[in-house]
Design a protein around this ligand. Structure first.
Ligand code: AMP
Ligand code: TRP
Length: 343
């Protein structure tokens, strides 16, 4: 097999790491390390597409690193590193800036949301961000990318970029010995389970996000038990009892969200949760959810704090990860340059 299966994913060090990041992405990272070679990247270059205070950025890079390890990713077995330490990300992103078309990027909904009314004042980096993300993945010829639902469109773009590069440079790729004409494999998104889009606890129509001004909208990985309980108690719901069937969650975004969170934390399905809690009121469901969330999240928060007490050790892990990442990336980048015709 020319292309070995390989997992890549990234998380931005922009603070307020939350339950959506954990359930939508990090728990998948942990599971995949049993079966695959994995690279998990703290994407600091993506973070600076919007302003980051330098001292806080350094802390946040270590915090995401600590979250990966505290959640159960083994940095000896898998590669944990930060993007800016491997220069190939920036190099390949430039190549992809010249492969991707303006029209493709103009369709990216996340840019439209993030830039909002201030489009003229958004950084060029924020606009080109999906090309850097494609470079992250393809620099390692990664085949599988676990992400939350919100990254689906960016993954489709990465596939289009891989495809266009393979077609544009078909002859050179074959001349380099890739007889199937495939230099960059098509990365497959892995978006599965009951919590691929965790919603805000205050508004079931908005996704849980790091940048929501209300801290009550999200459970962060470093919230203490008391805070987790309080946030779930105050989470917005409707006055009805929980339904017994999935159909009954239609048009009940907040109820559906809490059921999804319960299912994901418990490693079961929404159907299973409704089997247990159908017909029960939120006054009964919320304390059960709070207990489960504390049981799952608190130990991770505690371990993150312990790891963050020794920043030098975290920095050493990132440095070691970057060295191992470079060992995969450098030959692929060198071959890319050759295919393009660079000397
Ligand atoms: P980010 O914080 O944007 O770097 O996201 C890191 C990972 O968490 C990505 O795979 C996202 O798709 C995922 N993610 C972010 N927010 C949510 C959410 N509310 N629900 C599920 N997954 C999410
Ligand atoms: N853009 C992703 C996010 O905001 C983070 C990311 C950067 C990523 N590079 C990646 C995710 C590569 C998967 C693969 O969530």
């Amino acid at each position: 097999m020319e292309h070995q299966e390989r997992v890549f994913s990234g998380v931005q060090p922009t603070g307020n790491l939350h339950l959506g990041n954990y359930l939508g992405a990090i728990t998948k990272f942990v599971a995949l390390q049993q079966s695959h070679q994995c690279l998990y990247c703290v994407v600091d270059m993506h973070a600076i597409t919007v302003w980051q205070d330098p001292a806080i950025l350094s802390h946040n890079i270590r915090e995401v690193t600590a979250a990966f390890i505290a959640s159960g990713i083994d940095p000896k077995k898998q590669i944990i590193f930060n993007q800016s330490q491997v220069s190939g990300h920036a190099e390949l992103a430039w190549v992809f800036n010249c492969v991707a078309r303006m029209g493709w990027l103009n369709r990216m909904t996340q840019f439209k949301e993030k830039a909002g009314k201030h489009r003229e004042n958004a950084s060029v980096g924020l606009y080109a961000y999906p090309n850097l993300m494609a470079a992250d993945i393809l620099l390692y010829h990664a085949t599988h990318v676990p992400v939350g639902e919100d990254q689906k469109q960016h993954l489709e773009l990465a596939r289009d970029i891989a495809q266009k590069f393979n077609v544009d440079f078909a002859e050179a790729i074959k001349a380099a010995g890739h007889h199937d004409g495939i230099f960059f494999p098509q990365p497959e998104p892995l978006i599965t389970g009951p919590a691929t889009r965790v919603m805000s606890l205050r508004d079931g129509s908005k996704k849980m996000s790091k940048s929501d001004p209300s801290d009550m909208s999200r459970i962060t990985m470093t919230d203490d038990a008391e805070t987790i309980v309080k946030k779930i108690r105050k989470a917005k719901t409707d006055p009805d009892a929980l339904p017994s069937e999935l159909d009954g969650l239609k048009d009940r975004a907040e109820a559906g969200n809490l059921v999804g969170i319960f299912a994901a934390l418990n490693g079961t399905s929404k159907e299973d949760v409704l089997k247990e809690f159908g017909g029960k009121q939120f006054s009964e469901f919320k304390p059960a959810l709070a207990e489960l969330a504390v049981e799952k999240v608190s130990p991770i928060g505690d371990e993150m704090r312990r790891l963050l007490d020794d920043p030098a050790e975290l920095d050493a892990i990132l440095k070691n990860g970057a060295t191992r990442a470079r060992a995969i990336a450098d030959p692929i980048m060198a071959e890319t340059k050759k295919i393009i015709g660079f000397i």
